[in-house]
Ligand binder design. Structure first.
Ligand SMILES: Cc1cc2nc3c(=O)[nH]c(=O)nc-3n(C[C@H](O)[C@H](O)[C@H](O)COP(=O)(O)OP(=O)(O)OC[C@H]3O[C@@H](n4cnc5c(N)ncnc54)[C@H](O)[C@@H]3O)c2cc1C
Length: 453
């Protein structure tokens, strides 16, 4: 049977573009369909614009701290439309880069919504295209709560396009997106509250990290409300919003932002016309090689709901391209020891096991922990504290987890992730000469365990 393409990718986001480019590089005839924005969530309404807003929000602290170094500056003024316009310009530039990358790789781009007709055929804007293999890389979409007044609630998708910075914001959720946006709004000068229905945000992260971040954010003046949830939102006559919480209390605000999780984007994809099945959480079910229950169809990235991060979608995209067109180079993605950051202010950087997970896995532990005021702040009024923590297996001396809350935590932990991936022991950390004076050197100079089993 002859097909129009060897591989048809649905979704030109992080994973889809990577799979398409690699497959084309291996000599396959490849096409990709994109209905909304080249580069997907990460480039348009995710990692990239968020990090630009985080940089923007950090300036408020930089201005304050500069006084300790002798700078006098007038009262800084912030203009949200300028930040958003500049951010949009940068994203347009990145969209163009993605278009060029696809073109230069010889991947044919179909701009429109793709829908399955059968296991080898998709339809885009009335045109039917066949392929031997089809890859679903359609990503995810923010969940919206089913509460009265949900039409007044925004998600991360809309937050990047607000016309003005709200004076007062309520962020609902306990995941990294909620924590990051609460930091962004607070840093840019809004009165920000974060509501989370459980006792502490960032479930799954190390407990010391979660508690340290809670204390730092509270000290900076962010209004954190745990064991609190939203019941309804009403628009008032003056245009402001009245948020009613489940305990009956109310908060007046100008913006309610929900970041309670993301669902797979499979609406109107026509998977009923194929044998593709969903798992019990509603994500596309795949095996270890990203094969769905329909032999010609694979799926990767957020739509399979494993680890919803761009570098993971990239690795999965590469794995599928290799499995299909360079099987001799195929290596499964290793989901262990994935480093990650939360770009709250201050940042979190983390890799490996939390103390709690390490204990649950049966390890006897030595815990090394250091809290200190970074050198950069010693000439300033800032009382921000940095946390660094190593979780070490007492029997083998292997470093199982490395966690940090403080400036540049993501940058520092990326390097340390290589050491953990290579199986470094605490002795290797101790034998490593530090770079002085840095905050990062603390990771190789912690000598006394804070506690051991
Ligand atoms: C606010 C926010 C911040 C984030 N920050 C980070 C971060 O700091 N670091 C990090 O690693 N990750 C971050 N992420 C997660 C990251 O963006 C995702 O994990 C990543 O984009 C997933 O890639 P993907 O290829 O699976 O899907 P996506 O990048 O979402 O791409 C899917 C693409 O498919 C298209 N599409 C969907 N259906 C169809 C269809 N039927 N036809 C044609 N096209 C279709 C969509 O328009 C989209 O462009 C963030 C996410 C959000 C929302």
């Amino acid at each position: 049977m002859s097909f129009d393409f060897d591989l048809f990718v649905i979704g030109a986001g992080s994973g889809g573009v990577r799979a398409a480019r690699f497959a084309a590089g291996f000599g396959a005839r490849v096409a990709v369909a994109e209905s909304r924005y080249l580069g997907g969530t990460c480039v348009n309404v995710g990692c990239v614009p968020k990090k630009l807003l985080v940089y923007g929000a950090h300036f408020s602290e930089d201005f304050e701290q500069s006084a300790g170094f002798g700078w006098t500056i007038g009262k800084p003024e912030f203009d949200w439309p300028t930040l958003i316009a500049n951010k949009d310009r940068e994203i347009r530039r990145l969209n163009g880069i993605y278009r060029n990358l696809l073109q230069q790789s010889g991947v044919e781009l179909f701009e429109g919504h793709a829908k399955f007709c059968d296991a080898h055929t998709v339809e885009i804007c009335g045109k039917r295209v066949s392929a031997e293999h089809i890859l679903i890389a359609t990503g995810g979409w923010p969940q919206v709560p089913d509460i009265p007044g949900k039409e007044h609630v925004i998600t991360s998708n809309e937050a990047f396009h607000l016309k003005e910075l709200p004076r007062r914001v309520i962020v609902v959720g306990g995941g990294y997106i909620a924590v990051e946006f609460a930091s962004i709004f607070h840093g840019l000068g809004a009165d920000a509250s974060l509501l989370y229905r459980r006792d502490l945000f960032l479930r799954g992260f190390d407990r010391s990290v979660r508690e340290h971040l809670r204390d730092e954010l509270q000290r900076k003046g962010l209004d954190l409300r745990f064991n609190a949830d939203l019941a309804r939102v009403d628009k008032q006559t003056d245009g402001s919003l009245l948020a009613t919480l489940t305990d009956g209390s109310t908060i007046e605000t100008d913006c309610v932002f929900h970041a309670i999780g993301r669902q797979p984007l499979i609406e109107k994809l026509g998977i009923d016309n194929t044998g593709v099945q969903l798992d019990e959480r509603g994500f596309i079910k795949v095996d270890d090689g990203y094969r769905t229950t329909e032999p010609s169809i694979s799926a990767i990235g957020d739509v399979i709901g494993r680890v919803q991060l761009t570098p993971v979608a990239l690795a999965e995209g590469m794995a599928v391209a290799r499995r299909l067109f360079r099987p001799e180079q195929y290596r499964p993605v290793d989901y262990k020891t994935i480093p990650t950051a939360v770009f709250s202010l201050p940042n979190i950087g983390t890799v490996g096991l939390s103390e709690e997970d390490a204990r649950r896995a049966g390890h006897k532990l030595k815990i090394f922990e250091s809290r200190f005021r970074p050198m950069k702040l010693t000439l300033t009024a800032s009382q921000d504290m940095t946390l660094m923590k190593l979780v070490v297996d007492a029997a083998t001396d292997r470093v199982l987890g490395c966690h940090m809350v403080g400036p540049d935590a993501g940058e520092i932990i990326q390097g340390i992730a290589v050491a953990l991936k290579a199986g470094a022991t605490k002795q290797v950390f101790d034998d490593t000469i530090g770079i002085h004076p840095t905050a990062a050197e603390e990771f190789v100079t912690m000598r006394n365990a804070a506690r051991s089993d």
